[in-house]
Ligand binder design. Structure first.
Ligand code: ADP
Length: 263
């Protein structure tokens, strides 16, 4: 599946046009200023990799984009239309339209335990997007087949390995046909031997032109798939640029220390 086929994201924008623009994004939890004014943009077909030490605010960025957290300030705009300015509390309608633009793949999969694989995948399209169940199920079956899980669609999450559950998590996100796929450390809960399969699926999606933002500790993987790497520390963007530059020849001392520890 690529963004030009019928299962592709809605509202696909021309190549290289911005899908997401974030300016001055701020978020605090009590006295903890977690995001201190983050600017980001992701263009159509690009893969943005967010890296940085634990606690630097990477997951919070993704959660703010997906409406799982409400920023304290800043502007988030998808495809340049209907920017949401968090200077004042967003309306329910604004939050819903923001949520509708992206889909998140979680570190711990977050599948519904009492629903089958197929039911997990069609939940969003049917309940939230009000699409026909038969159509959603047929698309879900195609997507599951693509990631090698066609024979698992009537099983329950606990009957699958972690790697299989995460591939269901990815399919569930794809089924929403988002403008932007968000991955929050998608392999960090997996046993090492299961990591490769999931990274392979993500790499294929990147090659097919899906636009994505990815939080990852897998720096070698980020170097392989990312169009841009953003290094965060302490709630700010310390350095950003092409993966070869940020990961092989970082300019900032904090980036150098982080990269040299992990690569
Ligand atoms: P990272 O993804 O870089 O590890 P996070 O975005 O998960 O960082 O967390 C950044 C900081 O925000 C941490 O200090 C974390 O404890 C805090 N934090 C994240 N979510 C919450 C929350 N829901 N309530 C309170 N503090 C939070």
């Amino acid at each position: 599946m690529s963004p030009t086929d019928p299962l592709a994201p809605r509202g696909t924008v021309p190549a290289h046009e911005p899908v997401l623009t974030v300016s001055s994004l701020r978020k605090s939890f009590g006295a903890n200023h977690v995001l201190k004014s983050i600017d980001l943009s992701v263009r159509q077909g690009e893969v943005l990799a967010l890296i940085g030490p634990s606690g630097s605010g990477k997951t919070t960025v993704l959660r703010c984009l997906n409406g799982l957290e409400t920023p304290d300030g800043g502007v988030v705009a998808f495809r340049g239309i209907h920017p949401v300015d968090f200077a004042s509390p967003p309306s329910k309608k604004q939050l819903a339209s923001l949520r509708d633009q992206s889909a998140m793949v979680f570190q711990h999969y977050n599948l519904f335990p009492h629903k089958t694989v197929l039911e997990n995948v069609i939940e969003g399209p049917v309940q939230v997007q009000k699409r026909r169940k038969s159509e959603a199920a047929s698309e879900a079956s195609n997507l599951l087949e693509r990631v090698g899980l066609a024979d698992k669609k009537d099983q329950y999450p606990h009957e699958l390995s972690g790697g299989q559950q995460q591939r269901v998590g990815i399919v569930r996100a794809l089924a929403l046909k988002p403008s932007l796929l968000l991955f929050d450390e998608p392999t960090s809960a997996l046993d090492p031997e299961l990591v490769g399969d999931v990274l392979h699926v993500i790499k294929e999606l990147a090659e097919e032109g899906w636009t994505m933002a990815l939080v990852t500790h897998e720096l070698a993987f980020a170097r392989e798939v990312a169009s841009e790497v953003v290094f965060m520390d302490g709630g700010v963007v310390v350095e950003r640029g092409h993966p070869d530059q940020v990961l092989r020849d970082p300019q900032e001392e904090r980036t150098q220390q982080f990269v040299h520890r992990l690569l």
